[in-house]
Write a protein that binds this ligand. Structure first.
Ligand code: AFP
Length: 338
């Protein structure tokens, strides 16, 4: 079959009336910026891009040089195209307005420019995550409050994994699709259309070092997985943890599985570890569109009303039946308490 490039795919989506010209351009620009980030990450030590930037981001986390470089690449690429009203990044406190000299569009772009960046220096996959919202009507200078829309309103979401291959996974709310970067040609080529995540799985991803800090229903649930065939689940489970959300999610999008970053006593005050706008919402949209499920352990992530640009939430996502079991344990425990 003839290869389908990302550009061809976007044209098809436009013709089918699923996206407009502005959103198509926005995705093209983000994909182009991600190709530049792929080049920078691929150079590794030779590009002088490894190590700390010597600065901290809004979350108080140390920034890597590549965090800063990736953020700049995405901001610069998106500023002038005329498709955006503003963008917001995990690395910046406030939304970035579009400079006055450029035309403005109707879309809001959010991104985590380099997720999993603590893995860069050890040459493990990292990635970019992004989400697109419509700018509310009549808003000329969008502020943080205009980004605070539930995940169900996302027009598009995607991530790019910079791994052995550079892979883009994308949804517009009509299925989840995967594109692989052909490095010689410089184009993303459709590699999987309408991805389906198996409903059942025997593989889970969680940072087990936090076990003693988890809530009781999480202790029970993971305890039962670890008990394997002899335990109440009657089946052996395997564990994987890359500690780059993009890579862990990509494994699930490829062969099924579940990913958990639950609430624990250490992070309770913050509400969770992962950010709703830059990580939880886009990944939840992608996973649901591939037939999976995404909850906080109690509620569907996409229905949450965000209260802050950098708000954090617990994240449970992946193979539907398994997420239902983990969520049920939490709701049952809440019911027993209440
Ligand atoms: P960094 O971007 O600081 O490396 O954080 C990555 C991340 O937000 C997400 O990609 C991982 O799933 C999670 O943190 C890893 O957290 P642990 O440090 O608890 O393993």
């Amino acid at each position: 079959m003839k290869p389908v490039s990302l550009i061809q795919f976007l044209i098809e989506e436009r013709r089918a009336g699923r996206i407009n010209a502005e959103l198509s351009l926005l995705i093209e620009v983000v994909a182009r910026a991600c190709k530049r980030i792929a080049v920078a990450t691929n150079k590794g030590a030779l590009g002088g891009v490894l190590g700390e930037a010597g600065t901290g981001n809004i979350q108080g986390e140390a920034q890597k040089k590549l965090d800063v470089i990736s953020n700049e690449i995405l901001l610069e690429a998106n500023a002038w195209g005329g498709h955006l009203a503003a963008c917001a990044s995990e690395e910046m406190e406030d939304p970035q307005p579009i400079p006055d000299m450029y035309p403005k569009g109707n879309h809001l772009l959010m991104f985590d420019p380099l997720d999993g960046s603590s893995n860069i220096d050890v040459n493990i996959s990292v990635g970019t995550i992004f989400s697109v919202l419509r700018c509310p009507d009549g808003v000329v200078e969008p502020k943080a409050e205009h980004f605070l829309q539930p995940g169900t309103t996302q027009l598009a979401a995607g991530y790019v994994v910079y791994g052995p291959a550079t892979v883009l996974v994308l949804t517009f709310g009509h299925g989840t699709h995967e594109f692989t970067l052909d490095r010689e040609v410089g184009s993303f080529i459709l590699s999987r259309r309408d991805i389906r995540i198996p409903e059942e799985t025997g593989e889970f991803a969680i940072n087990m070092s936090n076990q003693r800090h988890w809530e009781a229903p999480m202790q029970r649930y993971i305890g039962e997985l670890l008990a394997g065939k002899e335990g109440p689940r009657g089946k052996d489970f395997n564990m994987r943890w890359v500690a780059s959300m993009v890579a862990d999610v990509h494994r699930i999008v490829t062969r099924g599985g579940v990913f958990y970053y639950p609430l624990d006593a250490k992070i309770k005050d913050k509400g969770g570890k992962l950010r709703i706008m830059y990580e939880a919402n886009p990944m939840a949209f992608i996973i649901e569109q591939a037939g999976g499920a995404a909850t906080t352990g109690r509620e569907r992530i996409l229905e949450l009303q965000p209260t802050g640009l950098h708000q954090r939430v617990p994240v449970f996502l992946g193979s539907k039946k398994e997420i239902e079991v983990a969520t049920h344990y939490h709701l049952e425990a809440d019911g027993a308490q209440g």
